[in-house]
Design a protein around this ligand. Structure first.
Ligand SMILES: [Zn+2]
Length: 287
């Protein structure tokens, strides 16, 4: 599943390809995604120019010139392909779980620009697309989500107030989008390893210093991953066909039974299912 860093890479790639371009035509081959694409969607975006592309958490936001917008969520298997006229279809893919060529099936949506087609493909159909008439509607859509780790609102006062007295374990909080938006399963394990905090530790038993480390390393891990082009698990590539490199930096994720990478630590990396999600941690240096 693409997480925040991978969606950020897709955003940066789209920004290079479709910003300031006018939507000439919209073709919907299959409306069945997580939410059915309304019949009026094509009319709502056609003939409009892309003003900018932004991202909140794992949502791509395509801003249009008249202050309307639409969001794309890639779900589990959503990918975006760019086909350029006069170019072969190599490395069309912009997102997680890619193929080198445009797949033959599951190309749900095609948005046509001059000389460029952008295609949304989603075999498992957990992704979705949604239109917003104005900025107020867009902001309102995200109102129940917590701040991103990068946001100034994700600060020590916020974290202390949110977590104090809470019985739930800290790993579950990092995945709780109401608390903080955009930390997924892979990165939650990596963050807690750097914090030296055991994933099953109850939030209420953490110290102020622990809370500070969580803020610091949440930002650090996501930034590092974006810098490395995201994590490539099953072929994630950016617009140039380059794979992400962050999976080579994993310190605990998918390192079950291997030695801990922390200097001087003799611990072994363990894997445990927490609320049905694989969680990796060192049995020695994470307390
Ligand atoms: Zn260790």
């Amino acid at each position: 599943m693409p997480e925040l860093p991978e969606v950020e890479i897709v955003k940066q790639s789209l920004d290079k390809k479709i910003k300031y371009k006018k939507i000439k035509n919209v073709l919907i081959r299959n409306r069945n995604l997580r939410f059915k694409i309304p019949l009026k969607f094509e009319k709502q975006i056609v003939q409009k120019t892309i003003k900018k592309i932004s991202r909140f958490s794992k949502y791509l936001i395509i801003h249009l010139i008249d202050n309307s917008s639409f969001i794309i969520h890639l779900g589990m298997t959503g990918t975006i392909h760019i086909l350029e006229k006069n170019k072969k279809n190599f490395n069309t893919n912009l997102s997680f779980y890619s193929a080198r060529q445009l797949p033959k099936k599951h190309n749900h949506i095609e948005i046509k620009f001059d000389k460029i087609n952008m295609i949304y493909n989603d075999p498992r159909r957990f992704g979705f697309i949604k239109f917003f008439l104005n900025k107020k509607n867009l902001i309102n859509y995200f109102k129940d989500l917590g701040p991103e780790p990068f946001s100034n609102s994700f600060n020590i006062n916020y974290v202390v107030n949110y977590l104090k007295g809470k019985d739930k374990n800290i790993k579950n909080f990092l995945l709780d989008q109401k608390f903080v938006s955009g930390i997924g399963n892979i990165y939650a394990s990596e963050i807690l390893f750097l914090c030296k905090i055991k994933p099953l530790k109850k939030a209420k038993n953490l110290s102020i210093y622990d809370y500070k480390k969580i803020i610091y390393f949440s930002r650090y891990v996501l930034k590092q991953s974006i810098k490395k082009g995201g994590s490539t698990i099953r072929d994630f590539k950016n617009i140039h066909g380059d794979t992400g490199k962050f999976q080579k930096e994993f310190r605990v994720y998918q390192r079950e039974n291997l030695n801990c990478l922390k200097k001087g630590c003799k611990g072994i990396i363990k894997k445990k299912n927490i609320t049905n999600r694989s969680t990796f941690f060192c049995n020695s240096c994470q307390k």
